[in-house]
Design a binder for this molecule. Structure first.
Ligand code: SD4
Length: 332
């Protein structure tokens, strides 16, 4: 055999062997992964809903939808709309704190059990951005609309435009402008973004996340909340996660996707949230000054929650009774 032919054959048969081996390895990994997912996915005993922060009215609304046999997608949309309309919640919807220039700009996203996702970013003058995000998901070929385009789409869909800056938030902003000292303090000025996850009677999972973002942010700033995999992620085979707190830190670790992926590989929701917070905190000098909190559920309806600093709360309904919990914290 000529040297060249020999080398080609040797190379090819080596390659063939390598491909066969890696296919075998793939199959073994695949079946291992299936086993892990199967172990973690006994279906939840009944519907449930969990949200970031102390938002009983939103959770109760979502529960009402689930208890009436509604699906998880409708439950999370209806639930978070309660906070969007509540002007006392200054981190979400109408009454949300504005950017440095006095403009209230909202971000939201929604994800269903089939992996569909829709989001809007930096939207002015529309309260129910979660419903606009759902329309993006269901009625457009896209997944994200931002700024003026999102507002144009909302108007075309018949959403009512309104001024989102209330007298109270305007007063706070004017006071802030006196010093204009831009120091975001999460847990004080950025408290109460709502991330909500629900499982319906069919065992299907959906999630929603809606916020006005960091108070007095730079114009155009978008955080984690509307970004798939960061502020929210749903994998109906495994579970779901949503985040609150300093969006920049969540974005850099793709936090919610990470939590769900860790659950896929066998971690409980609690272990997965703890690992995701550890990734943010590790070798991070900013960690002492920022808050991030994750909540997660798996297919079995088990929950997890973890944050960087104490003060984070989350709320659960497995019946019409709402239960409020303090999230465990990594520091302090
Ligand atoms: C953001 N994650 O825009 C949001 C803020 C937040 O409770 O969660 N506040 O970064």
């Amino acid at each position: 055999m000529k040297r060249r032919t020999f080398m080609q054959r040797a190379g090819l048969s080596g390659l063939g062997l390598a491909i066969t081996n890696s296919l075998l390895a793939c199959n073994t990994n695949e079946s291992k992964e299936k086993a892990t997912v199967a172990a973690a996915t006994k279906t939840a005993e009944g519907p449930m809903v969990i949200s970031t922060w102390n938002v009983p009215n939103a959770n109760n609304k979502a529960w009402e939808v689930l208890a009436a046999g509604g699906n998880a997608l409708d439950a999370v949309e209806q639930g978070v709309k309660v906070e969007e309309a509540d002007t006392k919640n200054q981190s979400v919807g109408k009454g949300g704190r504005p950017d440095r220039d006095g403009r209230v700009t909202l971000d939201a996203c929604i994800m269903d059990h089939q992996g569909n996702y829709g989001a809007v970013m930096c939207v002015q003058n529309y309260t129910h951005v979660i419903s606009i995000a759902r329309k993006v998901m269901e009625d457009t070929p896209h997944v994200i609309l931002a700024g003026a385009g999102a507002e144009q789409f909302a108007a075309a869909q018949g959403f009512e435009a309104e001024d989102l800056l209330t007298e109270a938030t305007k007063k706070d902003w004017e006071k802030w402008k006196e010093t204009s000292d831009y120091k975001p303090v999460i847990n004080i000025e950025n408290h109460d973004t709502i991330g909500m996850l629900a499982i319906d009677a069919e065992g299907n999972i959906s999630g929603a996340c809606t916020t006005s973002g960091l108070a007095y942010k730079m114009a155009g700033r978008v955080g984690d909340s509307p970004v798939i995999g960061s502020g929210l992620f749903v994998d109906n085979e495994v579970g779901a996660c949503t985040a609150t707190g300093m969006g920049e830190e969540v974005l850099k670790t793709v936090g919610s996707f990470l939590v769900v992926e860790l659950m896929r590989h066998g971690k409980s929701p609690q272990e997965a949230c703890e690992e995701a917070i550890r990734r943010i905190v590790k070798d991070n000098p900013r960690a002492k000054d920022v808050q991030v909190g994750f909540i997660a559920i798996n297919k079995a309806g088990e929950t997890g929650a973890y944050c960087i600093h104490p003060g984070f709360q989350y709320i659960v309904n497995r019946s019409e009774k709402t239960e409020l919990f303090d999230g465990k914290a990594a520091i302090g």
